[in-house]
Design a protein around this ligand. Structure first.
Ligand SMILES: *[C@@H]1O[C@H](CO)[C@@H](O)[C@H](O)[C@H]1NC(C)=O
Ligand SMILES: *[C@@H]1O[C@H](CO)[C@@H](O)[C@H](O)[C@H]1NC(C)=O
Ligand SMILES: *[C@@H]1O[C@H](CO)[C@@H](O)[C@H](O)[C@H]1NC(C)=O
Ligand SMILES: *[C@@H]1O[C@H](CO)[C@@H](O)[C@H](O)[C@H]1NC(C)=O
Ligand SMILES: *[C@@H]1O[C@H](CO)[C@@H](O)[C@H](O)[C@H]1NC(C)=O
Ligand SMILES: *[C@@H]1O[C@H](CO)[C@@H](O)[C@H](O)[C@H]1NC(C)=O
Length: 218
């Protein structure tokens, strides 16, 4: 039985402190686990070493040691976005990557066609900031990346886009609900609460993600 106790312990710890890392484009600063629940993961000020990023056909890559999470991205065209308010227009969150669920832990590459989102001001040569929103069951987590959009760049340079799932000791404790990633096409702006999720854990996740929308509306 000692084996069981050891196997469960990291799971509980993991569930109480879900974290993710933005691997591409690079975030505003070094990862600080305790600050990840804060706006931009604790980095409220814009950086000047921006990533030149394709206007279409881009992607972002994150790593999560935690399964069963919901992930999406919002965008700001404000010069120095330092509040959730700056990621919405007229109280509507500017979503560039629609929220989708992922049942596994691992490394995930999410397509990001910024052009297709139809955000005013998100055009060739513009300085923008994307904020990745991650909900792993115990609150929203955030990471930001400052970008300069380029129409000339037709793909992300020097990066591969692939998903790799990893097995974790979480499986037995998750209650076995069947989550599936949403395949919503990139589209125009949506409210933060407009998530295509309904059951159990998902409803809680939807509420958490909506907090960003509410904060943005203030
Ligand atoms: C910008 O510089 C900061 C501080 O050195 C670093 O953490 C971050 O990764 C850099 N961003 C890019 C896109 O290189
Ligand atoms: C974009 O940001 C960079 C770095 O801060 C700055 O040098 C450049 O002038 C900005 N470009 C625009 C169009 O604002
Ligand atoms: C950014 O957000 C701050 C705080 O809510 C607000 O004072 C400021 O006007 C916003 N900037 C823009 C350009 O909307
Ligand atoms: C990787 O997984 C994410 C999250 O489920 C999904 O949105 C994305 O389309 C997947 N990417 C690839 C390249 O399969
Ligand atoms: C990105 O969106 C634009 C505008 O909707 C579209 O013309 C383009 O084909 C899309 N690019 C990719 C790689 O999907
Ligand atoms: C895009 O490419 C053209 C032709 O190579 C070049 O003249 C232009 O300056 C480039 N634009 C940007 C924003 O890099």
């Amino acid at each position: 039985m000692r084996f069981t106790a050891l196997a469960v312990l990291p799971c509980l710890f993991g569930a109480a402190s879900a974290h993710f890392r933005l691997q591409y484009p690079l975030p505003r600063g070094n990862f600080v686990a305790d600050k990840e629940p804060e706006f931009c993961g604790g980095y409220p000020e814009v950086t000047t070493n921006r990533t030149v990023f394709p206007l279409s056909n881009g992607f972002f890559t994150i790593k999560s040691g935690h399964p069963d999470f919901t992930l999406g991205a919002i965008i700001s065209t404000v010069t120095n976005p330092n509040s959730f308010d700056n990621f919405s227009v007229n109280g509507v969150n500017q979503i560039v990557a629609p929220y989708g669920k992922e049942p596994n832990a691992g490394t995930f590459c999410v397509p990001l066609n910024i052009s297709a989102a139809g955000i005013e001001g998100a055009k060739d040569g513009a300085n923008v900031t994307i904020q990745i929103v991650f909900a792993g069951g115990d609150g929203n987590l955030y990471q930001c990346a400052d970008l300069t959009l380029s129409a000339n760049l037709t793909s992300v340079p020097d990066q591969t886009c692939e998903n790799t799932t990893s097995t974790t000791p979480h499986g037995s404790g998750s209650g076995g609900h069947d989550a599936s990633p949403s395949a919503t096409a990139p589209g125009s702006t949506q409210t933060g609460g407009a998530l295509g999720v309904s059951h159990g854990t998902s409803a809680a996740t939807a509420v958490l993600l909506a907090v960003a929308g509410i904060a943005a509306a203030l």
